[in-house]
Write a protein that binds this ligand. Structure first.
Ligand code: CA
Length: 409
């Protein structure tokens, strides 16, 4: 049992794969029938595009001969929206005691390397460790799917052909340049590679050769290049040294939940004037462009977030992911667990239930922005408007209680 719990606690969290950063609107219908024969025919068709993009015929023919259609990859990609976790279930796994302890051990083991990376890129070493810890459990689960096969399968599937096609061609360029062997180019089912799960275009734009051996190697057992590349990625996406990512805060009674949005930015001093205080006590550190988030609505913890939150969002835009990275980093540095209790009696709504919330809101005259099961800004705004009309605290969180009330029970 102990071993099972440990494995569960350490598994990376594929429901929040980096590829979700792809804009939601860009999704097409996938192919209805997919077969190995269809895949091979697609390879012949796509060859023209690859050669036009500058891939040599020799590279395309050699690498695609070794590519396999992976039906499981399509199944996982299509099921991504099916199951969601509540933020507290997610944080239980993402910031488990085991993952914190392993992060502290990794900090001891790789201390000088991490100090050097922090000095060069300005990204806190614990943040770099947290990315490593969440993406691959500190390199323990780097993935063993053939990257070319995964990306070719997802391009062939066609739901995000432009995105995965670009990743496929870039992966071929990495092979063509001799940066890594085909056998070693392995990663997640979605094509993310190495210790910090870079997509091939992220490798192209942000990977660095930190150990100076002439290769930008994110795959090898030595994590130096991968960890420096993650820091470089965050720095290039706006990470500012010496500024928090965020912190748990306490909101005063009667706080206006319309202010809990990344789109509402104030200075830390303005939030302090509204009665926002750090949950751990003391005063809010100074800062510009600070927002307040309540990921479980008024019933759970609240966070003040600084622009470094958006830098982490560039890795993965899910609030739960970003809070997990920041909180794991703080815990590795010896910080306290989140103080506020979560509403653990609430289950995550299923896809069907999320659609039902949207349907019922729209039927009641509150435009939820379509019925797709994705709780985006329009659905949150509709929940808020509906709550306000009923004299409830308008926090916009689509909870099981909201669904029950919408059903009129
Ligand atoms: Ca290197």
């Amino acid at each position: 049992m102990r071993v099972l719990a440990l494995i569960l606690a350490l598994l990376p969290l594929p429901a929040l794969a980096q590829t979700l950063a792809e804009p939601e609107g860009a999704m097409a219908e996938g192919r209805e029938v997919e077969t190995e024969a269809g895949f091979r025919a697609w390879i012949q068709d796509y060859r023209v595009k690859a050669l036009e993009a500058g891939i040599s015929a020799a590279t395309w023919d050699r690498e695609m001969r070794g590519a396999t259609f992976l039906p499981d990859v399509v199944r996982r990609d299509r099921n991504q929206n099916e199951f969601t976790r509540t933020i507290w279930d997610y944080l239980d796994i993402a910031v488990s005691d085991e993952r914190v302890a392993m992060g502290q051990a990794a900090l001891k083991k790789h201390g000088p390397l991490l100090e050097k990376i922090e000095a060069q890129y300005g990204v806190r070493k614990e943040i770099v460790l947290a990315v490593w810890g969440l993406e691959t459990s500190y390199g323990n689960f780097r993935g063993n799917t053939d990257t070319i096969s995964a990306l070719a399968t997802l391009t062939y599937d066609g739901r995000r052909e432009a995105f995965f096609g670009e990743q496929l061609l870039q992966a071929l360029r990495i092979l063509e340049a001799g940066e890594i062997s085909r056998a070693d180019m392995q990663g997640s089912w979605a094509g993310a590679m190495g210790h910090t799960q870079f997509m091939p275009t992220s490798w192209r734009d942000f990977a660095v050769d930190f150990d100076g051996d002439g290769k930008r190697n994110l795959w090898s057992d030595d994590p130096a290049d991968a960890l420096a590349s993650a820091a470089h990625y965050l720095a290039e996406h706006g990470w500012a040294a010496g500024v928090p990512w965020g912190m748990e805060v306490t909101l005063p009674k009667g706080f206006d939940y319309d202010l809990t949005s990344e789109r509402v930015v104030k200075t830390a001093a303005e939030w302090a004037a509204l009665g926002v205080t750090p949950a751990a006590g003391g005063a809010l550190p100074a800062g510009e462009r600070v927002s307040i988030l309540v990921p479980a609505g008024a019933q759970g913890a609240a966070f003040a977030i600084w622009p470094n939150f958006q830098a982490i969002e560039s890795y993965n835009p899910a609030d739960a992911y970003v809070i997990a990275i920041g909180h794991l980093a703080d815990r590795i540095a010896g910080g306290e667990p989140i103080r506020t209790a979560w509403p653990r009696h609430w289950k995550a709504l299923t896809l069907e239930e999320r659609k039902e919330v949207q349907e019922r809101l729209s039927a009641a005259g509150f435009d939820a922005g379509g019925v797709d099961g994705r709780i985006g800004p329009k659905t949150v705004a509709a929940v808020k408007a509906w709550q306000r009309a009923r004299g409830l605290v308008a926090d916009g969180y689509a909870s099981p209680d909201v669904l029950r009330d919408l059903r009129g029970k």
